[in-house]
Structure formats: structure tokens, C-alpha cells
Write a protein that binds this ligand. Structure first.
Ligand SMILES: Cc1ncc(COP(=O)(O)O)c(C=O)c1O
Length: 449
């Protein structure tokens, strides 16, 4: 009688123990060694159910970045000095005037209460003023803007606000992982629009089958692009995206998280610059990269009022908006200007790294006009390998961490993404180490942990 129950019990983790069930490690250990003592265990409370992940969770592809975190730990334990250019996690500090605003605002007891679900009126207003100043776009702050707890949150949740399971969605590949993973969570059917070098990493609209366009509920575009660094050079491309959205009745989701991180005089457009765009599009933006506020978790979406309303409703059942003191600091950031300063830092780093990779590693990597990443084809020494193997070996051998292209979807194979999130000196050092690594491939470990 005891056996199946015992087996069931032993597969449970202590984290799984529901509140109120008093089950101690010693009791479980005793249960595994003595059937008679199992009775004691049962007296403590009900049997613990065996929890399984939902289908949505188990269908999610393996998170390659977790593997890199593990390898970073291994490399560190082996005494390696890690240069982490893997995650797009800005290393620049938030400007002091923004931090002061947070301090002041945190002392105002009004900010200790729940914030308005859609965002504070001053934040929504500041977003609309920023869009006017920057893009000459007019939005109504009361109905066409919504504050987000980081734009990633909204990018994931919008699928639940406007799609049903089984709906077709058009997602680029490679793409920012929140884009590639949203279909798994929302049970929608992705059509992967592969971004190819020959198309300057733009979604090839003509290559999307008509029947996919007809069925699509939404399409995501992100320029300046993560991970490829591609930008929109010809605004007619965006007009064509809007024409397709209008013709087929899908929502165009434009992710403009890197709108201010652009180089060589290039200025990124907003999808909302185009007449009627608000009928077919919403745009996501973020304070994370523009103002080096990634840890503050503050973003926003603006555009189509109906869609904003649906997302606001969905969110009202999940969270209660971004903290009011963070939003107040966001207001100061948006009003303060100085966005060019951050972009200049990344531009200089881009130049330093591209030149150092060519000089030390004979690795030619194009200079992107936007984003904070280099999108590099695997070096010729590894052209027959995978991006994951290259990234793993590089990390273990040199301590330099880059992201494998497949972390951004299957369309990213053959590339790695290098984030410009360390100072110029460390970027040069990374290039030197990569150069040494590529010149001595035999030194690479035969087997990875
Ligand atoms: C393309 C893109 N969109 C959105 C985000 C998310 O930004 P946030 O910090 O606002 O969630 C990122 C973050 O790396 C990104 O690369």
C-alpha cells in the first residue's frame, strides 16, 4: 500500500509543500528509510500533490541564458575574470537628477498608496510631451498612453489582451526573447519571419504567405533591432507595414526600445509618425536603455486607444501599475533631455570594439547604426560550429561572455550578439582575449561541463 505513495512523496520538493502542511526534512528522510514511520508522516497532514509545469511553461524553449549563467559560474570558479557582454543590461548609472527625483518622491506619502492603474497623469503627460518633442507625434495622454512595469511586461501581456489561443501571430526570428516566447505563453501560432542579412535584417513582407497575413492577429517589428542592430533607413518600409496591417486587419506592434540609442547622426522614426498609424498600431518604448534605468522597470505603450484599453483592463487584474515614485523619476528623465549623451557612449564603445576585433582577432563585424549590440557572424574558425558551442567555449576558455544567436530564435544561428555593456578598456581586453582564443583553437576544452 505504501510504495506508490512513497514514490509520489519522494518526488516532491520541499518548495511544493502547501501552507499548513507541517512536513519536516527529517520526517521525509525517515519516510524514505522506514515504511512504519511513514504513518507518522501521514499524521502531519494530507499527501502532497505532484506539481507539473503548465503546458505553456513546458513548451517554452530552453532559456540559453540560464546555461550561460551556469557556465559563467564554472569559469569564475576556475579563476577566470569574466567580461560579461551577454545580457543587454546597461552598465551606465542613472543620471543623478533622476535619482534625486526618486528620493524626493519616495518621501511623499501619496506615492506609498496604490498608483493609478494606467499610470500617474504626470507620467502619461510626460510621455506625450516627449513624443511631441522627439517625433512630432500627438497622443492623448488620457486614452492613448499606458505606463508599464518595464516594456517587456506589456509586450508579453498584450498577447493576452488581443489574441485567442490558436491565433496566428507574425514574429521576427531572431528577436528579443520576449517576442519569441510570447506565443508559447499565449498559445498563439507563430509565423517566424526570418531576418536575413540579404534583406538588411528587415522583415521581408513579400515573403510572408498571403494566407498568413490574412489570418494574422498581430505582427511585431522592432527597429533599431535587438539583436541585429538593424535600423529603418527608408520610411516607406514602415508605410508598407501599416498598409498591410490595414489591409489584413492585424495590429502592428512596434517596439522602439532603442529609439534613442542611434549612431552616426541617424535618428530612428516612430511608427506613430505616419498618418492614421494609431488606427493600426501601438508602439512600446522604455526608459531602460535611453536613461540607463533598466533596474527601475519603467516603460510605456502608446497608440491605438482601444488596444490600450484592453491591455489596461488585463493588467488591472494582474498588477496595479508601476510604482508612483518610479514614474515621478521617469517624468524628470523624459523632461530632462540629454538622451544623446548615452548614445554617444555606446557609439564610442561600438567603434572601439569593432576596431579591436578586427585588429586583434581578424574578425570583421559590421558597425550597427542603432541598439547597443554587435551582431557578429561566427568567426571563420567556427563557421561549422553552432553559436551556442562557440559562446560556451569562448566563455570557458577566455571568460568573455557573448550571447549565442539561437538565444533569439532559430533565425539567429550562425551569429553571436555582443552587448556593449562594459567600458572601452574592457572591450579592448575582450577583443584581445578573443584574438588569442581564435589563434589557438586546440586549447579549447574537448568536453564542456
Ligand atoms: C527590443 C527590446 N524591447 C524591449 C525590451 C525591454 O525593456 P524593458 O526594460 O523596458 O522591459 C528590451 C530589453 O532588452 C529589448 O531589447
Amino acid at each position: 500500500m505504501g510504495k506508490p505513495i512513497l514514490g509520489h512523496l519522494l518526488r516532491c520538493s520541499f518548495l511544493d509543500v502547501p501552507q499548513g502542511v507541517r512536513l519536516r526534512r527529517s520526517a521525509l528522510h525517515t519516510a524514505s528509510t522506514s515504511a512504519s514511520q511513514m504513518v507518522i508522516l501521514f499524521r502531519h497532514g494530507p499527501l502532497i500533490p505532484l506539481f507539473e509545469p503548465s503546458k505553456a511553461i513546458s513548451d517554452l524553449p530552453p532559456y540559453l541564458f540560464v546555461r550561460l549563467v551556469e557556465l559563467k559560474r564554472v569559469a569564475k570558479n576556475q579563476g577566470k575574470d569574466i567580461i560579461d557582454l551577454g545580457m543587454g543590461n546597461p552598465d551606465l548609472p542613472t543620471a543623478p537628477h533622476i535619482i534625486s527625483a526618486l528620493h524626493d518622491s519616495s518621501r511623499d506619502s501619496l506615492t506609498h498608496r496604490y498608483p493609478p492603474n494606467k499610470g500617474t497623469s504626470e507620467f502619461l503627460e510626460a510621455v506625450s510631451i516627449f513624443y511631441k518633442r522627439r517625433f512630432n507625434v500627438t497622443v492623448d495622454p488620457t486614452s492613448e498612453v499606458l505606463a508599464l512595469i518595464g516594456s517587456k511586461e506589456g509586450l508579453g501581456h498584450i498577447f493576452f489582451a488581443i489574441t485567442n489561443p490558436g491565433d496566428t501571430v507574425i514574429i521576427p526570428s531572431p528577436a528579443y526573447p520576449a517576442h519569441t516566447n510570447a506565443p508559447y505563453l499565449s498559445r498563439t501560432k507563430p509565423y517566424w519571419a526570418v531576418l536575413e542579412e540579404k534583406n538588411n535584417f528587415l522583415v521581408d513582407f513579400a515573403g510572408i504567405p498571403e494566407k498568413v497575413l490574412r489570418k494574422a492577429k498581430l505582427m511585431i517589428l522592432n527597429y533599431p533591432n535587438n539583436p541585429t542592430g538593424a535600423v529603418i533607413e527608408d520610411k516607406n518600409y514602415l508605410k508598407e507595414a501599416l498598409r498591410l496591417a490595414k489591409k489584413h486587419g492585424f495590429l502592428l506592434i512596434y517596439d522602439n526600445a532603442y529609439s534613442e540609442i542611434t549612431f552616426d547622426g541617424y535618428r530612428a522614426p516612430s511608427i506613430l509618425e505616419f498618418p492614421d498609424a494609431k488606427k493600426y498600431a501601438v508602439e512600446f518604448n522604455s526608459l531602460s536603455k535611453t536613461y540607463s534605468m533598466a533596474g527601475w522597470r519603467l516603460g510605456y505603450v502608446l497608440g491605438n486607444a482601444k488596444v490600450i484599453k484592453f491591455l489596461e483592463k488585463f493588467k488591472s487584474f494582474l498588477d496595479y501599475g508601476a510604482p508612483a515614485f518610479t514614474q515621478h523619476a521617469g517624468v524628470i528623465a523624459l523632461k530632462g533631455g540629454g538622451e544623446e549623451h548615452v548614445a554617444k557612449v555606446y557609439e564610442k564603445r561600438r567603434d572601439v570594439l569593432v576596431e579591436a576585433l578586427a585588429a586583434y582577432a581578424n574578425w570583421d563585424v559590421p558597425k550597427p547604426k542603432g541598439s547597443m549590440y554587435l551582431w557578429a557572424k561566427l568567426p571563420k574558425e567556427f563557421s561549422r560550429s553552432t553559436s551556442l558551442k562557440f559562446a560556451e567555449k569562448l566563455l570557458l576558455d577566455t571568460g568573455v561572455c557573448v550571447s549565442p544567436g539561437t538565444g533569439f530564435g532559430a533565425g539567429g544561428e550562425g551569429f553571436v550578439r555582443i552587448a556593449l555593456v562594459d567600458c572601452e578598456e574592457r572591450l579592448r581586453e575582450a577583443a584581445q582575449r578573443i584574438g588569442t582564443f581564435l589563434k589557438s583553437p586546440k586549447k579549447q576544452p574537448a568536453r564542456l561541463p
